[in-house]
Design a protein around this ligand. Sequence first.
Ligand code: AMP
Length: 230
Amino acid sequence: MPEADSQTRTKPAVLILLGPPGAGKGTQARMLEDKFGLVQLSTGDLLRAAVNAGTDAGKRAKAAMDAGELVSDEIVLEILKDRMQDPDVARGVILDGFPRTTGQAQALDALLEGQGMSIGAAISIEVEDDAMVRRVSGRYTCATCGEGYHDEFKQPAVAGVCDKCGGTEFTRRADDNAETVAARLSAYHAQTAPLIAYYDKRGVLSRVDGMGSITAIAEELGAIVDKVTA
Ligand code: AMP
């Protein structure tokens, strides 16, 4: 259950988490979701669901995802716009892995304006490239509830049993292998990192050291959310 009731906040927050693969965006987004009752919107999750469901968008996205390249803005926006119509979005959202290009950032501005929302904070989780391959290649998730784990950094308290839901099935992403991670990192540097300057100019950028512990980063992010939703 969320600790903070969204009714007590004055504005719905729109938070953007920026950072390369393995920076911890998904882990942190889920923690913020639990703590503040916000809705995590991960375009990676939405795309993987579309691929698994065999939708037209999923079929068009698959090759780029397998190669560690960015899916076209057109497909990503189609999927995100659909999800943004759901009523829970009015509680406030944490965008995890979106926007990833300047075109997506501009489309997001227009989309939010149409929904009477605006960006509260864009948070860049800053990490060293060298650590990323190790981080990404050790991660796996509970197949039942999606809780994230890592071979080295975050194992369940009881081996093979999810801390959160008791599930015993776990999955690893097909694109979490060294070769694809390298492609994903270069896509990040070429196409997504410029968004740090984009949001800095807009006065909504915060930078967080992503090499700290999961709880230390969560505290910093929580303080930012408190500030933008006060
Ligand atoms: P993620 O789960 O965020 O690491 O995304 C996994 C893959 O989905 C990426 O490597 C891209 O192929 C694709 N993807 C996710 N979000 C986006 C986005 N906003 N723009 C383009 N491609 C994306």
